[in-house]
Design a protein around this ligand. Structure first.
Ligand code: PLP
Length: 494
């Protein structure tokens, strides 16, 4: 198995090469040139495996060149930081719907599943590619990704992690999560301006040739940890297998029965992992793509026309506020197998913000089992309230979009096969939105809102969020975009 770019066949590399590079040199995304497969017997056996062993088993096939021993070591270390032995527990709701809770990691959101293991994969990839640089990861963040990357890379040998967030542009809690980060290889800075200013500053640093030469002198190479990296996607395939194997082991389904998955979607990474699980043999029925009011994917999967020329809406599920879903490019390639066609659509998207896959490819796409729904703000709030009042379950706003989509799908289908809704964040991360959806008063401070949500629900605030108020602030600094380069240089020359 080799890795190819979605946009051409010429640039083949290994799994380690794909992880080290992130983006292919032609601007495309890496994919394996064949999808591995698991037998039903193997899937059934996963029901008895602890999550780290199961994840290593799945990764072995998607990361050729990494040994089983290496992968078992990385998954054991990565998932030891989760607050439950199950790592990704299933919670049964009514009517054949479950939530798969992906928020039990150190930052209480699903990106931990990938970002806790990526540092090990990246550090190993550097060695496998015959390189001996320290890899310095730079991230511009609007909140969640920055913290998840910090938590993953902190104190991992051979790596450094630098995060830039917009000054005044993240919530109290998100800021507290980042500026209190521990670890000797960490830098966190606020940037004057908005998220775009921080992002543009980071991109400028990546393309600064003089700086790269200077950093080379210190033995440092820059890299990114964004969600298009194969090393972030591959670990997400494992929890689809885990959910299915658990349902089979518990007798909720017979091994071989189909299960639907409803996935709250932003950059299309999580749901694409579900598609790869399906392609590699997991008996998946429908893959339900759940969006918020930024419903560009709902429209695409219903019409075959992708059109980002529309207002960007701020919602209570901010991690899904996205108009360009990068990982969709991977689906287009997996369905068409046509590099030139994918490259042409991506060029249309760049030039005009729109492309139309045409009736032939649209029909093929629908055959793959994708359904799409969205929940606007009122529907998200209604879902949060209904799930709490009727089933005593707190679903965060992202999870609520997935539960709403599952409900809409089942209402239409009449068919009721089991459905697993992916639950991507702790409700305590979005306490203010939870309270207002539940019709309660919303305190001004994020911490007071967490207390109010805990009092109302009788649930306790997850430890990584609860401990923030007493943690020491390590990174109070604010820089202008023009000074980001100097700050990075000074940090890395040490
Ligand atoms: C990132 C994120 C999503 C969306 O995942 P994608 O892989 O970008 O589709 C959903 N919910 C939460 C809480 C997230 O952080």
């Amino acid at each position: 198995m080799e890795f190819v770019s979605t946009r051409s066949d010429a640039l083949r590399t290994t799994a380690a090469g794909a992880i080290l590079r992130g983006l292919a040199p032609d601007g495309g995304l890496y994919l394996p040139d064949e999808v591995p497969s698991f037998s039903l017997e193997e899937i059934r056996a996963m029901g008895a495996m602890p999550y780290p062993a199961l994840a290593a088993k799945v990764l072995e096939r998607f990361l050729p060149g990494f040994t089983p021993e290496e992968l078992r070591e990385y998954t054991a270390r990565a998932y030891a930081s989760f607050d439950t032995d199950a790592v990704v527990p299933l919670h049964a709701l009514k009517d054949g719907v479950w939530t798969l809770e992906l928020f039990h990691g150190p930052t209480c959101a699903f990106k931990d599943l990938a970002l806790q293991i990526l540092p090990y994969l990246l550090a190993a990839s550097v060695k496998k590619c015959g390189d001996d640089h320290t890899v310095a990861i730079l991230v511009a963040t609007s909140g969640d990704t920055g913290k998840a990357a910090l938590a993953g890379f902190a104190d991992v040998p051979g790596t450094k992690i630098g995060v830039f967030y917009p000054h005044g542009g993240v919530s109290d809690i998100q800021r507290a999560q980042m500026v209190t980060q521990e670890g000797d290889n960490v830098l966190v800075l606020a940037v004057e301006g908005n998220f775009d200013d921080a992002q543009t500053g980071v991109k400028r640093i990546f393309s600064d040739v003089d700086l790269a030469v200077e950093l080379e002198g210190y033995g440092v190479a820059l890299s990114s940890a964004n969600s298009i990296n194969w090393g972030r996607l591959a670990p997400q395939i494992a929890y689809y297998y885990a959910a299915y194997a658990r349902l089979a082991a518990d007798g909720a389904i017979q091994a071989g029965d189909k299960v639907d998955f409803s996935v709250p979607t932003g950059n299309f990474g999580d749901i694409l992992a579900g598609y790869l699980a399906k392609k590699s043999g997991l008996p998946v029925g429908r893959l339900i793509c759940a969006s918020n009011s930024n419903n560009v994917l709902t429209d695409f999967l219903r019409t075959g026309v992708y059109d980002k020329n529309r207002p960007f809406l701020k919602t209570m599920s901010p991690s899904m506020d996205i108009l360009v879903s990068s990982n969709l490019e991977r689906l287009l390639y997996l369905v068409t197998g046509d590099h030139a066609q994918v490259a042409a659509w991506m060029e249309e998207l760049r030039a005009s913000g729109r492309y139309d896959v045409g009736s032939k490819w649209f029909a093929r796409l629908r055959e793959e089992g994708f359904e799409a729904y969205f929940a606007d703000e009122a529907e998200t709030a209604r879902t949060i309230r209904a799930v709490w009042e009727e089933q005593a379950y707190l679903a965060d706003p992202h999870t609520a979009c997935a539960l709403s989509a599952a409900r809409q799908d089942r209402a239409g289908a009449g068919e009721r096969i089991p459905c697993v809704a992916l639950s991507t964040a702790s409700p305590f991360k979005f306490a203010a939105a939870m309270l207002s959806s539940l019709g309660k008063a919303v305190p001004e401070s994020g911490f007071d809102a967490q207390d109010a949500l805990a009092a109302l629900s009788g649930e306790s605030i997850p430890a990584p969020l609860g401990s923030l108020r007493t943690k020491k602030e390590r990174f109070p600094g604010v820089v202008s975009p023009a000074d980001m380069r100097a700050a990075v240089r000074e940090w890395l020359e040490k």
